[in-house]
Design a protein around this ligand. Structure first.
Ligand code: AVI
Length: 322
């Protein structure tokens, strides 16, 4: 493709930025937080004292690793462990180690939207756990799910960790689970993390840390527009704002313009006007309870087999079958 042809191809990023910033109210998708800088910021978030999710899921895995991996391979015939949104795989390594030590026959197939994350994870595993058969793939959840049925003819255990499903509104989460259902053979399983409802302040703190890493993460979508679409957002003219509705269990992130301003996005030939205190909605991080998870599963034709949790029941991993 020559450069002129390339210019006429509109990427999904361009299309979605255009749609979101010309809509009322304005929005951008949180999937665009993740580039090399965003991946690094998310690593920092996962290590924050306020961000309990990663630590708690890690503790659940440590305390239950033997029972968890046993439930993956009930017929002991081997399986493919497919992880959607694998990131750095830090928590997964506990399970990989256990599977390896107990001589399970499995292939690990991490999938992530970020090429950078997959490259890092695969090379890390090649060095640190060379006995684990690993096949990394880059892709977005929904697109990968379409390929999933063909991806392996062995039993599949599909993992979605980190409460990644929480970044989808319920109707979209149901669409996602329905796609999982379609991709599954009768013996396949889903192992999926859902962050639970808890003290609202604890949720707010997790998404509004004192050091401002989450604010920088949220603003990274604006940096990407500046870099990739030739925009001129002034990051200091936007504040990170978090809300949590304990009734719906929805945490929402916004970027709020602290003055009336106009931003140019040259590659889209777009001028975006902001009134003072106008917002861009950037992310939802849904919190759940057993009833909501059961409802989501049933709406999608799936059934909860069992769950694993921590002592405060802050977070749960559910084993789900077709
Ligand atoms: C990836 N995802 C589940 C994280 C969450 O908790 O919603 C992303 C995140 N956003 C702000 N902090 C972390």
């Amino acid at each position: 493709m020559n450069s002129k042809e390339q210019k006429t191809v509109i990427s999904t990023f361009e299309k979605e930025v255009y749609e979101g910033l010309t809509a009322f109210p304005k929005y951008l998708s949180s999937k665009y937080f993740y580039d090399e800088v965003g991946d690094e910021l998310f690593q920092q978030i996962m290590a924050l004292p306020e961000y309990y999710l990663t630590r708690t899921e890690y503790e659940i895995f440590k305390a239950n690793k033997s029972e968890i991996v046993k439930s993956f391979d009930t017929y002991q015939k081997g399986f493919d462990l497919i992880e959607l949104g694998a990131g750095d795989g830090k928590k997964t390594k506990i399970l990989l180690q256990e599977l390896q030590e107990k001589n399970y026959n499995f292939t690990y197939m991490p999938v992530d939207i970020s090429q950078n994350a997959i490259d890092g994870l695969v090379s890390d595993l090649d060095k640190g756990m060379p006995q684990v058969k690993t096949q990394g793939q880059v892709g977005e959840y929904f697109e990968v799910l379409d390929r999933l049925r063909q991806m392996s003819d062995r039993k599949k255990v599909i993992m979605v960790l980190g409460s990644n499903i929480g970044n989808l509104l319920h109707p979209r989460a149901i669409q996602f689970l329905k796609k999982l259902y379609k991709a599954m053979h009768p013996e396949d399983l889903v192992f999926i993390g859902f962050d639970q409802k808890k003290h609202p302040q604890k949720v707010l703190d997790a998404y509004n840390d004192k050091t401002g890493v989450t604010a920088a993460f949220n603003k990274n979508v604006l940096s990407r527009i500046n870099k990739e679409l030739n925009g001129n957002f002034d990051l200091d003219k936007f504040i990170h704002w978090e809300t949590y509705d304990p009734e719906s269990g929805t945490a929402k992130s916004y970027l709020v313009s602290n003055e009336k301003q106009t931003v140019d996005i040259n590659d889209l030939s777009l001028q975006v006007h902001f009134e003072a205190w106008e917002s861009i909605h950037t992310e939802i991080s849904q919190k759940y309870d057993d009833d909501i998870v059961k409802w989501l599963a049933e709406e999608s034709g799936l059934e909860i087999v069992k769950s694993f949790t921590d002592k405060n029941e802050d977070y749960k991993n559910y084993l789900i079958k077709k």
